[in-house]
Design a protein around this ligand. Structure first.
Ligand code: BGC
Length: 872
């Protein structure tokens, strides 16, 4: 982005703090920030309450330029703060012509129908002058790891990330000033990765091309003011080394006997290395990294090492995780250790990998025989809790392996803890489901021969994801690929990046194009993402418009429907099947009405009006086609009611009737019957329509189908199916049975925003204003919920103690909140242990079901008799 956005947080121990104005200044050094004449930009005093995403509006900056900035604000008592500590940003390479480097590739003939050894590239160079600053700009076709003078340049993994490679390719920028010496060597290893490794269940290879290549540019600025650029070119050398094969699905084979000590340091003899070839490939699709890098985030020690009934030696890490293991081993040269990875054991306690389908998920290490050897693979990852080891020299022990957990390096932002340990485990499982599946793109699952950016899964989970972690940059990147891969007729592919040859256009999946940007907007108040994604959203809605035609009903097309909904083998009740036409028309309505809202937000009044009208027509058609005069839905399923109610498809007089039918159905079954489409909205719809007890009943249910059933079976992540493993230990259909699939984890949003009570206000998104409105139930005696918003920490902490309801909240500076105290009576309420002061009473409204009040920033502790709350 040429005009980055600047955000700041205001800290204060005063209450009711709001920003009324700000001033930003920008300079090329921290010292120049103090010199008026040397400023690059001074915003002047701007009367505004905006403290998030303020666009830099100074003069255009140039490639590689670093600038420092700081801000001060005025508050609602008209007091100015000090200037903030300087922070900085740096521009990337803004024009394709900034790239002086050439793409280089191996000159050897390869058999690209199989995984071949990974190529190593190297180059030595000397410096005579003193270095002031140095950057490497680098990318690759395939994955790369980069070394300078024997050191790994960055902890980033799976760089340059997965984008729609033939349309957008990210490059990374690394500050290498401190790594440079007089004599230097740069080295890089390339892996097949998503570019040309196995992809999809069809074991397709060479999806984006069949040549691995690297493009690198080292920019050195010297103390004397001169500068120099060093690049990949035909003077580099190449050779394959110890990585015999490395593939995302299949794993890696490493022969330590072939190690090349010192290959990435100066004074290495590379006379036997090959010349490289330059490729004429262009640089016009290169973009600075817009997502977050994947990194190692955690290490896990095995909790158990045991022999299975079949005699297999297996480690249990106690957590279904994504990454690999670090192996520590000592033995003879040529000894071969084979590691295999599994999510679960079968009912007899044996190692089970059938659900990985064709993914081999095997790492092989061949020992050099030189002392204690430590090995981690380079370009593969596995989804696993159990590790089977074969060929281990001697006897392995719990120190022989360590689990390395990797994921996109998103900052944790949300937490939910309550008095029920099973719910806490559910929350843990939801968060680990996100960790495992947010690996540069939001994947359906991390273990089998799939691991693709399924749009429907991403759509239903996007709000929960945004509570758990800061996903602003993660989704910004993925949505750019969605826009890049969207077809000219508006069809959004099923998976992004699209590796299914354009297959797409399924209701609730393709709607990710509208709903995911909306989730980002709600959570971060980010208007730019709406502007950026608007053309794609509109063209998806127009595609549906075309399919629905004048009838305004989207009928007859193929969709995934309410994927994996409750099914039985009884002939009179085959399962909770919701008519796909109903789902398609409901989503057509929902995306159209969101599009109308979004058009209004970005100032496109014409479209706002036009799509509002269209939504009204779809609504009418939906009611005529799918709703009886008594408010019954044609598909009498929980999912059908949930969509009609949650999307506000019904006329006023049918809302409570339909809600009644929904409640009846939930009572009749005593459990949920929903799949991917209905599940995320089920509890919220019950809560919003006067049935919070039923929502809690579903949440607390421990029997299949429910969220807690897998928890009672020892799950440590969310399962793809409600009954992935049955109570007798047998498995669901092996063709599709992942134990780490985040979609059903979408219940997290309801836990945060209803049980926890932290609720976004779409009218003032990004927590500029929000609600604190907990729903008490499920026999819980407390729930503590926190969210790190762009303004600071939002906290909602309720507990029932000695017949009292105690509610402690934190509202960050420059925000306001409506607090709703369930069942409270303003006369019996204390605030911070004192009766409400008269000025507080002014903001309090007594409602029939509790007390609501408007509050500014601060920390507040409310206390009132619990009997009142219980009645609610
Ligand atoms: C994936 C799902 C996905 C679905 C499409 C499956 O193979 O794992 O999560 O949404 O296909 O229905």
């Amino acid at each position: 982005m040429k005009n980055p956005r600047l955000s700041w947080q205001i800290q204060s121990d005063r209450e009711n703090v709001l920003q009324t104005a700000y001033e930003i200044r920008v300079a090329d050094t921290p010292a120049n920030l103090h010199r008026k004449d040397d400023l690059i930009w001074n915003s002047g005093k701007v009367e505004s309450n905006q403290s998030a995403d303020v666009v830099y509006s100074g003069p255009a900056l140039t490639s590689m330029q670093r600038v420092y900035w700081q801000v001060r604000i005025w508050d609602n008592r008209n007091k100015a703060t000090e200037w903030s500590e300087p922070a900085y940003w740096e521009m990337g390479l803004l024009k394709p012509t900034d790239w002086k480097a050439s793409w280089i590739t191996s000159s050897m003939t390869e058999d690209t129908t199989i995984s071949e050894p990974c190529p190593y590239f190297r180059k030595e160079f000397s410096l005579t002058k003193k270095v002031k600053s140095a950057r490497i700009y680098v990318t690759s076709k395939g994955l790369y790891q980069l070394f300078l003078n024997g050191k790994k340049v960055s902890p980033d993994l799976f760089a340059p990330g997965w984008t729609s490679y033939n349309k957008r390719l990210q490059y990374q920028t690394y500050d290498v000033t401190s790594l440079l010496e007089k004599k230097n060597a740069m080295g890089t290893i390339l892996g097949d990765g998503w570019y040309r490794g196995y992809l999809t269940w069809d074991r397709k290879r060479n999806t984006y091309g069949d040549k691995l290549a690297v493009l690198l540019q080292l920019q050195i600025n010297y103390m004397d003011g001169t500068s120099e650029t060093m690049t990949t070119d035909n003077t580099w050398k190449e050779k394959s080394g110890p990585i015999l094969s490395s593939d995302i699905y299949d794993g890696e084979t490493y022969d330590a006997r072939l190690k090349m000590p010192g290959w990435d340091k100066p004074d290495f003899d590379d006379s036997q290395w090959n010349k490289v070839s330059e490729l004429p490939d262009g640089k016009d699709i290169l973009v600075a990294q817009d997502g977050v890098p994947v990194r190692a985030a955690d290490e896990i020690k095995p909790i158990k090492l045991f022999k299975t009934p079949k005699g297999e030696t297996v480690f249990d890490l106690g957590q279904n995780m994504v990454g690999w293991v670090r192996l520590k081993v000592q033995g003879y040269k040529g000894d071969k250790v084979i590691l295999k990875f599994a999510e679960v054991l079968d009912k007899d306690g044996n190692f089970y990998t059938a659900n990985l389908r064709k993914a081999k998920a095997t790492d092989t290490y061949i020992l050099s025989g030189k002392g204690v050897e430590v090995y981690e693979p380079h370009f593969t990852f596995h989804g696993f809790r159990f590790v089977k080891v074969e060929g281990f020299p001697g006897t392995p022990d719990l120190n022989s392996i360590t689990g390395i957990v990797i994921h996109s390096d998103m900052k944790p932002t949300g937490n939910f803890v309550c008095s029920d340990s099973l719910l806490n485990q559910l929350q843990h499982n939801i968060q680990w489901g996100q960790r495992g599946n947010f690996l540069d793109v939001p994947t359906d699952c991390p273990q089998r021969d799939e691991r693709l950016g399924w749009t429907g899964d991403a759509q239903v989970f996007s709000m929960t994801a945004a509570f758990n972690f800061n996903v602003a940059a993660f989704y910004t990147k993925w949505l750019r690929d969605l826009a890049a891969d969207q077809q000219s007729n508006g069809i959004v592919p099923h998976v992004i990046p699209d590796v299914l040859h354009g297959a797409g256009g399924s209701a609730a999946w393709a709607d990710a194009s509208v709903i995911v940007p909306w989730s980002v907007y709600l959570t971060y108040g980010d208007k730019r993402i709406l502007e950026e994604q608007y053309p794609g959203m509109k063209s998806w809605v127009e595609y549906m418009h075309g399919r629905a035609g004048k009838k305004n009903l989207w009928l007859g097309d193929a969709h995934f429907g309410d994927w994996l909904a409750f099914a039985t083998n009884q002939s009179d009740y085959p399962g909770a099947t919701t008519d796909k036409d109903l789902i398609a028309t409901a989503y057509y309505f929902y995306s159209t009405s969101l599009l109308s809202k979004i058009a209004g937000i970005i100032g496109n009044e014409n479209d706002a009006e036009q799509y509002k009208k269209l939504a009204g027509e779809i609504r009418k058609a939906f009611n005529a086609e799918f709703v009886t005069p008594n408010g019954r839905l044609e598909s009498n399923t929980q999912t059908a009611y949930v969509l009609a109610l949650a999307f506000h498809l019904l006329p006023e007089d049918k809302v409570s009737k339909a809600a009644n039918y929904l409640a009846d159905d939930v009572r009749k079954f005593g459990h949920l019957t929903t799949g991917f489409v209905g599940t995320p909205l089920l509890c919220q719809t019950l809560s919003d329509n006067g049935y919070p007890d039923l929502a809690f009943m579903l949440l607390m249910n421990k029997k299949y189908p429910s969220w807690l059933y897998p928890v009672t079976q020892g799950a440590t992540t969310i399962w793809e199916r409600w009954d992935g493993q049955k109570p007798d230990g047998t498995f669901q259909d092996v063709g599709m049975n992942s134990f780490n699939h985040y979609a059903y984890g979408a219940i997290g949003e309801w836990m945060y925003s209803y049980v926890g009570g932290i609720r976004i206000d779409p009218k003032q998104p990004g927590y500029k204003h929000f609600f604190l409105a907990p729903h008490v139930g499920g026999g819980l005696s407390y729930a503590t919920t926190t969210f790190q918003s762009l303004y600071g920490s939002v906290e909602s902490d309720w507990k029932i103690q000695d017949d009292n309801f105690i509610y402690t909240v934190t509202i960050p500076a420059n925000t306001t909140a409506t607090v709703i105290l369930p069942g409270a009576n303003s006369e019996q309420l204390t605030l911070n242990s004192l009766p409400l002061k008269s000025e507080m009473k002014k903001v309090v409204t007594q409602q029939p079901d509790g007390v609501s009040m408007e509050l500014g920033s601060g920390q507040y502790r409310f206390h009132y008799p619990y009997e009142n709350a219980k009645k609610k």
